[in-house]
Design a protein around this ligand. Structure first.
Ligand SMILES: C[S@@+](CC[C@H](N)C(=O)[O-])C[C@H]1O[C@@H](n2cnc3c(N)ncnc32)[C@H](O)[C@@H]1O
Length: 258
């Protein structure tokens, strides 16, 4: 990567930081992070990215009011510095940085591994399966208060539901999910993915109040993704594999390619 000197306007990068483990950052993101001298990253990256942040000027962006934050970024760019903003997970879902990105049209955005992707990998489950679930709804009980949706209303789709930033008790969440899902619908809670203490709790919509410790569920620092739906445990019919191959072979024969 080209080194920036003090006579050149610096560059701002928003880099997807992934679920926590730096090994899950993209190669491009890591290359850019290494080249930066000033990094803004939410506090929880302080430990897991300790080696990568060592020797760099580092701030938690949430410690600043907006005006002071952009003032710090502007000063660094004026001084020709490369500045990185570590975006939790990936920008696409529940990222609080849009007002900063929009202020800097020349900034570059590097994608990351969302906690949604990381939860799928931890569970070793794809969230859609033929005949089981064909859609995935990603939402948050915490932010949904400001929208016409409710967890109960979304549950009626019976798709795979992925919950970020849950702030409901096991009882309250179970009651809302029961508006759409049958009580035996599987639920997986994947916590602290790629971080010390990573774990998975399996339950069902009806079992949540008994299977889940309310104090642990309410602990916002023990990050959690809640996945609801049959796709969490359903077996896929392997005959789909052969059907797909037969359809593909037929198409290739028709096109004279086989
Ligand atoms: C403000 S949102 C950021 C989401 C982020 N933009 C993403 O793509 O993953 C924070 C929430 O993401 C989820 N999360 C982030 N990191 C996680 C991890 N390592 N393990 C489990 N859930 C995580 C939790 O639901 C947490 O409350």
């Amino acid at each position: 990567m080209k080194k920036l000197d003090n006579t050149t306007r610096g560059k701002l990068f928003f880099v997807g930081g992934g679920p926590g483990d730096p090994a899950l950052m993209t190669l491009r993101g890591m290359e850019i992070l290494k080249s930066a001298s000033l990094v803004f990253a939410p506090g929880h990256y302080r430990d897991s990215y300790a080696a990568e942040l060592s020797g760099k000027e580092f701030y938690d962006p949430f410690d600043f009011h907006y005006k002071d934050l952009v003032g710090k970024i502007d000063a660094a760019l004026d001084a020709g510095r490369a500045v990185v903003f570590l975006v939790p997970g990936d920008l696409a879902i529940f990222s609080p940085v849009q007002s900063i990105i929009s202020r800097y049209p020349d900034a570059e955005v590097i994608p990351g591994v969302s906690a949604l992707n990381a939860a799928s990998a931890a569970l070793k489950r794809t969230f859609d399966l033929p005949g089981v679930s064909h859609s995935t709804i990603a939402t948050s009980p915490k932010t949904i208060n400001n929208s016409p949706d409710t967890i109960g209303a979304l549950s009626r789709h019976r798709s795979t539901l992925v919950l970020f930033m849950n702030n409901k008790s096991p009882d309250a969440l179970a009651a809302e999910l029961a508006e759409g899902y049958p009580p035996d619908t599987p639920v997986a809670i994947v916590s602290l993915i790629s971080l010390p203490g990573e774990g998975i709790v399996y339950s069902t919509v009806g079992g949540l109040p008994h299977d889940v410790d309310p104090l642990w569920f309410a602990d916002e620092d023990a990050f959690k993704i809640v996945v609801v739906g049959k796709a969490v445990t359903a077996a896929e019919d392997p005959s789909w594999w052969d059907k797909r191959k037969d359809i593909r072979d037929k198409r290739l024969r028709e096109n004279g390619k086989k």
